[in-house]
Design a binder for this molecule. Structure first.
Ligand code: GAL
Length: 727
């Protein structure tokens, strides 16, 4: 359309001096699209978060993304992985960001680098290092000097690292865009003036780093120029950028959704996902990114946002294990081919929209040079329709769009999946494990290695998140003339905790376990407890399941037992234990020894084996050794017989297991047609939210691999099996 020729491309930056380069490399944008080296592009992108897989998996994942028709790989940068303590950086292994970006480059793809450094992402503490919480005077994500200083330091560190490796596109590298902050709009809206000031500062600070490529702020209507605001969601066709000279970008096309413990794994039908994307493109969208294209695994203790499962499969086009999730991957590849065929028309014209019939809509793009592309839509959720376009009749299934790259031939329809696929299976390998067990002793307030303080302390303050576990221990003196000793009516203990799980031990015996849920991490233990005359030892094991990953001032959210802790039914009535002396022990004994790193062989731990191994006992460590199965199929542990805890393979944590958390929800049918939400297409209610736990192949040696499991609730380790995932 003519309008397009009136708009002068808004050059974001950079003409690298000819002295440095023989090519003038630019990344800029206008209202239609991102412009790379003078060419407007429809860019198809997918999120792959480098620490959620292994470096050995990266080349294959990137190749599969390329084969799936992607132009761009998008990733967040994970500050807490890179700077675990102030000024001590880590860019090794799964955190080798430069290596990841170089692999994407080698594959011929671009990178959208979401530096954040706030990332949300169901990642521990939303990506922030825990030490940041303890910087004096800090308030996260607002106009706060200590926060801004720390944030700028990290952003500049990353930008400089990228520059020094020539990774920005004008330097010949693959990074065509960056992101600052993440979905800050709703927070700004809530907090007002300091939020506005922070947004202005963040945008200015980012732009001043002179990367030579545009910056994006997602879900941020107030993104200051020249930063581009972008949409995140299940659908984004109605989104409009905040200035007419900015392209319409969709930074998170949710390809599925994350699994949380207690919920069933969500599933988004490929037909609806393709429909949402086609709808966005026919409405002038020129950049879209699947969040996630490969979700991967929340290894170790990286999962957060509370009760987030270890699997971050996301029902993404490439599954957690790196295998194609069909038919989704293939159906989207075909969509991408169709969209690319339309590119010449899409990037040089606005659509003409008509409504030939009920629930029918037609978008036609015609360029001056004669390119023509049409999108024919049927929005009806139940009925297919016959739509006449330029005297030809087209059959459209319900809730679908047909794409005609030459305005004649329908090469693709979002609801017609062109091929069959078989679901992946988990097949047992090997002959089971020979386990040894070791019981974690319940510590007592008088142990030499515990910390004593008056009153109840916040959990993260004590652990600094070095472990999920914190023991709260105290003593209760019961006089021999207490009435309950004669009546047999035991006293009633109440423990109120900010979360996330709790085991109550009285004189070394487990009295009960309680845990929260994503909706409500807080919990209360209520129960009659068997106390005896004299000194009674109360040991409360408070368990965190990751720190929060977002929300207003989430640095102030608490974890652990903050009280009150009371004992009812004594002669005196109710005794408040909250203010008395408590002792603390961060982490488990097994975590403090070399148990997880080498199976505890050289430590003082006494393992038992054979018929003596502990079964269905809380707080038990198990270990075994095994050989890597032949072949290349991805591997997992079937943990169906276990409750809750954590798993290590050759000293590396593969994540928290919690198969004892059974999925509740609506697992009714799933019709692809009609508006999708994350609760719409769930399956597996009544089953563990997560049964299988990914064991990366590259973490294994041919023989003698050490597998360690810490089980909190009690389980049957003899039924744990190694499985391979195959189609
Ligand atoms: C978005 C956020 C992402 C991720 C997603 C849900 O709002 O930007 O980081 O958390 O939600 O998976």
């Amino acid at each position: 359309m003519e309008a397009i020729s009136r708009i002068k491309p808004f050059l974001f930056l950079l003409f690298l001096s000819l002295a440095c380069s023989s090519v003038i490399a630019t990344v800029s944008y206008d209202d239609k699209a991102i412009i790379i080296n003078g060419r407007r592009r429809i860019l198809i992108s997918g999120s792959i978060h480098y620490p959620r897989s292994t470096p050995e998996m990266w080349p294959d994942l990137i190749q599969k993304a390329k084969d799936g028709g992607l132009d761009v790989i998008q990733t967040y940068v994970f500050w807490n992985g890179h700077e675990p303590s102030p000024g001590k950086y880590n860019f090794e292994g799964r955190f080798d960001l430069v290596k990841f970006i170089k692999l994407v480059h080698q594959a011929g793809l671009y990178v959208h680098l979401r530096i954040g450094p706030y990332v949300c992402a169901e990642w521990n503490f939303g990506g922030f290092p825990v030490w940041l919480k303890y910087v004096r005077g800090i308030e996260f994500r607002t106009d706060n000097q200590p926060f801004k200083v720390a944030m700028q330091r990290f952003v500049v560190h990353i930008v400089n690292m990228m520059k020094s490796q020539n990774l920005f596109e004008p330097q010949g590298g693959p990074i065509i865009m960056s992101q600052i902050e993440n979905e800050y709009g709703p927070i700004e809206w809530e907090i007002g003036a300091p939020g506005k000031a922070y947004t202005a500062w963040a945008a200015k600070m980012a732009v001043s780093t002179n990367t030579g490529v545009p910056w994006v702020m997602c879900k941020q209507e107030t993104a200051p120029d020249p930063v581009i605001d972008a949409c995140n969601g299940f659908y984004c066709e109605g989104f409009r950028p905040n200035k007419p000279n900015k392209p319409k970008m969709w930074t998170e096309v949710w390809s599925g959704w994350f699994t949380q413990y207690g919920g069933p794994p969500p599933h988004r039908p490929a037909e609806d996902l393709a429909f949402a994307v086609a709808r966005f493109v026919q409405n002038n969208g020129s950049f879209f990114n699947y969040y996630m294209y490969h979700g991967g695994t929340n290894f170790g203790r990286t999962a957060a946002g509370l009760f987030i499962a270890t699997s971050y499969d996301y029902d993404a086009p490439i599954d957690e294990y790196g295998l194609l999730n069909q038919p989704k991957w293939g159906h989207l590849r075909d969509l991408h081919r169709a969209i690319k065929q339309c590119e010449p028309a899409l990037v040089s014209s606005y659509p003409t929209v008509t409504w030939p019939g009920k629930n029918q809509e037609v978008h036609v793009f015609t360029s001056k040079s004669g390119a023509c592309a049409a999108f024919l839509a049927n929005y009806d959720t139940t009925y297919s329709t016959k739509l006449t376009f330029r005297n030809v009749q087209y059959d459209l299934p319900p809730w679908s769009i047909s794409i005609l790259p030459d305005c004649k031939t329908a090469v693709y329809n979002t609801a017609r999946i062109g091929f069959r696929s078989s679901p992946a299976k988990m097949v047992p390998v090997g002959s089971g494990f020979a386990w040894q067990s070791y019981s974690e002793a319940t510590p007592a307030a008088d142990d030499s290695d515990v910390l004593g303080m008056q009153g109840l302390w916040e959990q993260t303050y004590v652990t600094k998140d070095s472990s999920d576990y914190l023991w709260y221990m105290t003593q209760v003196d019961i006089s021999s003339n207490e009435g309950f000793l004669k009546s047999g009516q035991w006293p009633y203990l109440t423990v109120m905790s900010a979360g996330h799980a709790l085991h109550v031990f009285i004189n070394g015996q487990l009295s009960g376990t309680v845990y929260g849920s994503l909706g409500n991490p807080k919990l209360t233990f209520n129960g009659y407890v068997n106390l005896r005359a004299g000194v009674n030892k109360i040991a409360l094991l408070s368990v965190a399941v990751g720190l929060p990953n977002g929300g207003l001032h989430y640095e102030k959210w608490n974890t652990g037992i903050l009280g009150p802790v009371t004992l009812k039914g004594l002669n005196e009535g109710t005794r408040d234990l909250s203010k008395q002396r408590w002792s603390y022990k961060a982490g488990l004994r097994g975590e403090a020894t070399s148990l997880v790193t080498n199976g505890g062989s050289s430590s003082s731990i006494e393992w038992v084996e054979g018929s003596l191994i502990a079964q269905k006992q809380p707080l038990t460590w198990y270990k075994t050794t095994f050989n890597a199965p032949a072949g290349n199929d991805p591997l997992a542990l079937d943990m169906i017989s276990m409750g809750k805890g954590e798993i290590w393979v050759n000293g590396q944590s593969i994540g928290r297991h919690w198969p004892g958390y059974i999925a509740k929800g609506d697992c009714g049918g799933c019709d692809y047609a009609g508006t999708f939400s994350e609760k719409k297409c769930q399956s597996g209610c009544g089953q563990p939210s997560q049964r299988w736990y990914h064991v990366p192949r590259s973490w294994l040696k041919p023989g003698g691999n050490v597998l360690v499991v810490f089980e909190e609730w009690g389980g049957d380790p003899t039924r744990i099996t190694l499985v391979k995932r195959t189609h």
